[in-house]
Design a binder for this molecule. Structure first.
Ligand SMILES: [Zn+2]
Length: 116
């Protein structure tokens, strides 16, 4: 069974649209920047709660943004014809890994070495 690259691309494009949509829902742009006019509650009476909410939103935005970066990196590989090649060592990424996580741009060895 060979890896279905078209299916991987469809999955990545869907995932990308989904992530961008989630970012928009949080009031953030694709770049991860929050809209300047974003209003956290309106009332200045409960500044601590607003700060807590803002911190939570920023955490979510950060996580979505890093997922979006992964998807974009994988899509760039697809366009360059190097999809499935490890960004770090140049080895082939296993089909099983790509099927499990189409946005993978590192082989399992490099991923575990670089794991942050
Ligand atoms: Zn590697």
């Amino acid at each position: 069974m060979s890896f279905d690259i078209t299916a991987a691309e469809n999955t990545l494009r869907k995932e990308r649209a989904h992530l961008v949509h989630q970012l928009e829902d949080l009031g953030a742009a694709e770049t991860g920047d929050l809209r300047a006019d974003l209003d956290f509650g309106g009332s200045f009476a409960d500044a601590a709660a607003v700060t807590a909410e803002r911190t939570e939103v920023l955490g979510l935005v950060d996580s979505l943004k890093s997922q979006l970066d992964d998807v974009d990196a994988a899509l760039a590989h697809l366009e360059a014809g190097t999809y499935g090649t490890c960004d770090n060592c140049g080895n082939r990424i296993s089909d099983a890994r790509l099927e499990f996580r189409p946005a993978s741009v590192l082989c399992i060895n490099c991923k575990s070495k670089i794991a942050s």
